[in-house]
Design a protein around this ligand. Structure first.
Ligand code: ADP
Ligand code: ADP
Length: 229
């Protein structure tokens, strides 16, 4: 579903590669944690998979598309296949919860009838029933991240990419959020989560790809993460 073949990434005006010769193959339905210290290249892997950045060398294949040959014109359609969740939630502050989730469907031209059904159904799935009329600032951080997750999955993407989704949340709420991601994964969505939060990794014990200075130093099933301190 996601494949990195000998991928290296050197950002413009940078000398050190952000990624060096990365080989990772994520099968349909997998849950993968990408771990490693700050600056090790976790976000860069996700940005390459979203085609926000391009590999300097090597190939990135996502949902059957070779992203090195995907034209810029085709990027928006490609991104519809992929949900994305970030540390800072990225909700539209002036819109209600319902509107934030609905907007993701409106921009891809879903009919109003489908939106009326999908929005409440998805908010219930993430545990936010009854909160649709609130504005983001009237919600806790954990609730705001649930809205962001609802928005990312409302179009039923094949892949959900999460970049430090628990980075702004306290430990108990972080576990609630990864349990929600785990549930979404068990319903069939391929999930990739970049994190340096060992507690969430160790709770789920899924596959772990560990990066250090842009290199894969470990790739293990049912794994834990013990960051060096
Ligand atoms: P992580 O997500 O693990 O913190 P990143 O992928 O954000 O790591 O960063 C990997 C390396 O690439 C770091 O050295 C970082 O400073 C560098 N980097 C990230 N984004 C850029 C950019 N836009 N321009 C130049 N260097 C960048
Ligand atoms: P950025 O805001 O940095 O451009 P992205 O475009 O990658 O972030 O968006 C991340 C996720 O949030 C994607 O799944 C996208 O569908 C969704 N998204 C982004 N902006 C909006 C928006 N204005 N309304 C609804 N969904 C959005």
């Amino acid at each position: 579903m996601i494949r990195f073949d000998n991928v290296s990434k050197v950002y413009p005006r940078s000398t050190r590669p952000a990624l060096s010769d990365v080989n990772v193959n994520v099968e349909r339905g997998e849950f993968l944690f990408i771990v490693g210290p700050s600056g090790s290249g976790k976000s860069t892997m996700l940005r390459l998979a979203l085609r926000e950045e391009r590999a300097t060398t090597g190939k990135v294949l996502v949902a059957g598309q070779d992203l090195s040959t995907l034209s810029t014109r085709k990027v928006p359609r490609f991104r519809r296949e992929i949900g994305a969740v970030f540390q800072d939630f990225r909700l539209l502050p002036g819109k209600t919860v319902d509107q934030n989730v609905a907007f993701a469907l409106q921009v891809i031209g879903k009919p109003a009838s489908a939106i009326r059904q999908l929005v409440p159904e998805t908010l219930e799935m993430v545990g936010l029933e009854g909160k649709g009329k609130r504005l983001p600032h009237q919600l806790s951080g954990g609730e705001q991240q649930r809205v962001a997750i609802a928005r990312a999955v409302v179009n039923k993407p094949q892949i959900l990419l999460c970049d430090e989704p628990t980075g702004n949340l306290d430990p108990k709420i972080s576990l609630d959020i990864v349990h929600l991601l785990d549930r979404i994964n068990r319903a069939g969505t391929t999930v990739v989560m970049a994190t340096h939060d060992a507690d969430t990794v160790n709770d789920l014990r899924h596959r772990v790809v560990q990066l250090d200075e842009g290199r894969v130093v470990r790739d293990e099933e049912h794994a834990t993460y013990m960051p060096r301190v």
